[in-house]
Design a protein around this ligand. Structure first.
Ligand code: HEC
Length: 92
């Protein structure tokens, strides 16, 4: 499993996959990059914008679906997402 996650991490930063968005730096970047890209593209994450409450709900929903976030990192992941992907204002 560790090997699989490491591979997923490699994929996420591989320049060959130009469409993989690079995530902003932050304490939970690595976790998001590896865990959140296992079931769907990271664009599913980077394209979203949520309030901290909504990110909390989304992350818990993903964990229910099987996302393997180490328990001690859950709140860091939520903080990271809330900080970097806030709700989007609608285009005019
Ligand atoms: C176990 C598989 C799995 C993992 C791991 C996973 N997701 Fe998802 N995710 C899904 C599925 C399935 C959907 C689409 C179904 C839905 O919208 O309920 C989805 C949809 C989403 C959506 C769009 C729908 C919404 O509710 O806003 C976001 C945002 C999202 N995921 C973020 C994340 C983040 C952040 C992580 C890492 C913490 C993550 N996902 C990890 C399975 C996963």
């Amino acid at each position: 499993m560790r090997k699989l996650l490491a591979l997923a991490g490699l994929f996420a930063v591989s320049p060959a996959l130009a469409q993989t968005p690079s995530l902003p730096d932050g304490p939970a970047k690595q976790t998001v990059e590896t865990v959140c890209a296992t079931c769907h593209a990271l664009t599913q994450v980077t394209g979203a914008g949520h309030s901290p409450e909504d990110w909390d709900a989304v992350v818990r929903k993903m964990m229910n679906a099987g996302a393997q976030i180490p328990p001690e990192q859950v709140s860091a992941v939520i903080d990271y997402l809330a900080k970097n992907f806030p709700p989007k204002t609608l285009p005019p």
